[in-house]
Design a protein around this ligand. Structure first.
Ligand code: OGA
Ligand code: MN
Length: 215
C-alpha cells in the first residue's frame, strides 16, 4: 500500500511551486473536465520544454501508435505526435513533475475518492500540421485509465497558431483550450471525447493518466 503522506500541503514543497486552483477537483466531477492556467512554475515549464525539444532533436521520440498491445498501429493521419514515456530518475525536471503528479493523485483521492493508484505519462511533440483525431483515452479492453492530465510547455502561444485541445462534453458545446505553457487540463478518461487540432508551430506537452488498479 502506497503511503498517503506527506499531507496535502506538500504541494507547497520546493518541488511543487504551484497550488491547486479553487474548483479544480470539483470541476472535474461536475463538468467532466477542469483546468488551471499556472500549474507549473515558469522555470519548471522551461526545463521540461528544453528536455522535450532535446529528445526530439536527438531522435529519441517515437511516432505514437493508436490502440493497445498487439493491436497497436501507426496511423499518422489519426495521430501525428511523437512521444517518450517517462521513467522516474530520467531527469531532475521530470522527477519534479512526477512529484507534482503524485501530490495531485493524493489530492484527487482525498477529494473525490477515486482510488487512483498509478500514474503513467509521456512527453508529446506535435510538429506543425500534426493532429490527433477525436478519441477517448480509455481502451476498450482496459478500463484502468480514470483521469487524463495534459500539461503544456509552449512559451507565448498565440490563438492564431491553432493547436487547441478540443473537448466534446456530452450534450454541451465544444470547448477549445489553447496549449499555453504551464497550463494543466484534467478530464475523465472514460467519458470525454477530445481531439488535438493542428498547429502552425511545434506543440509540446506532457500527457498522463491516473489509473486504478485492475479489478
Ligand atoms: C492524448 C491527448 C491532448 C493534448 O495524448 O491522448 O489527447 O492536448 N492529448 O495534447
Ligand atoms: Mn487523448
Amino acid at each position: 500500500m502506497r503511503s498517503e503522506s506527506p499531507a496535502f500541503p506538500a504541494c507547497l514543497s520546493a518541488a511543487a511551486p504551484s497550488h491547486l486552483a479553487d474548483g479544480l477537483l470539483d470541476g472535474l466531477t461536475e463538468h467532466g473536465w477542469s483546468q488551471q492556467n499556472i500549474f507549473l512554475s515558469a522555470q519548471l515549464t522551461l526545463e521540461l520544454a528544453a528536455e522535450c525539444r532535446a529528445l526530439a532533436a536527438n531522435g529519441v521520440l517515437n511516432p505514437a501508435k493508436v490502440g493497445r498491445g498487439t493491436a497497436q498501429a501507426l496511423r499518422t493521419e489519426i495521430r501525428g505526435d511523437r512521444i517518450l514515456w517517462l521513467k522516474a530518475g530520467q531527469s531532475p525536471a521530470c522527477d519534479q513533475y512526477l512529484q507534482l503528479m503524485e501530490n495531485l493523485r493524493i489530492a484527487l483521492n482525498r477529494a473525490l475518492y477515486l482510488g487512483l493508484d498509478e500514474y503513467e505519462s509521456h512527453f508529446a511533440f506535435y510538429p506543425p500540421g500534426a493532429s490527433y483525431q477525436t478519441h477517448l483515452d480509455r481502451f476498450r479492453d482496459d478500463d484502468c485509465r480514470t483521469v487524463s492530465v495534459v500539461i503544456y510547455l509552449n512559451h507565448n502561444w498565440l490563438p492564431e497558431q491553432g493547436g487547441a485541445l478540443r473537448l466534446h462534453p456530452q450534450g454541451e458545446s465544444t470547448q477549445d483550450i489553447a496549449p499555453l505553457g504551464s497550463r494543466l487540463v484534467l478530464f475523465l478518461s472514460a467519458d470525454m471525447l477530445h481531439e488535438v487540432l493542428p498547429a502552425t508551430r511545434d506543440r509540446l506537452s506532457l500527457a498522463g493518466w491516473f489509473r486504478r488498479r485492475p479489478a
